[in-house]
Design a protein. Structure first.
Length: 115
């Protein structure tokens, strides 16, 4: 099982990034997917989630209207489009796959928002 995040970078405030999480080794289409982030010295927090069939999405209040989660069940990939980035969005971003008692995590990708 692998979840491999990519797309993290250094970006200026107000900028945009798109994170990707490529999945392999499990039946991606049956798993709900989520993005979490962890800033230095803080706990891991849920950013966005999407159901297995893309029927439902949910967002943390802090990113509503700025971030959008989507998935491509042909490419076995989940995305996080991040717009209007703020310095407080700086964190390591992780993707997570969940189905019943099975939980898989990626290794994370660093997003730094700074001028």
């Amino acid at each position: 099982v692998q979840l491999v995040e990519s797309g993290g970078a250094l970006v200026q405030p107000g900028g945009s990034l798109r994170l990707s999480c490529a999945a392999s080794g499990f039946t991606f289409t049956t798993y709900n997917m989520s993005w979490y982030r962890q800033a230095p010295g803080k706990g891991r927090e849920l950013v966005a989630s999407i159901t297995s069939n893309s029927g439902s999405t949910a967002y943390a209040d802090s990113v509503k209207g700025r971030f959008a989660v989507s998935r491509d069940n042909v490419k076995n990939t989940v995305y996080l489009q991040m717009d209007s980035l703020k310095p407080e969005d700086t964190a390591v971003y992780y993707c997570k796959a969940v189905r019943a008692f099975r939980v898989y995590w990626g290794q994370g990708t660093q997003v730094t928002v700074s001028s």
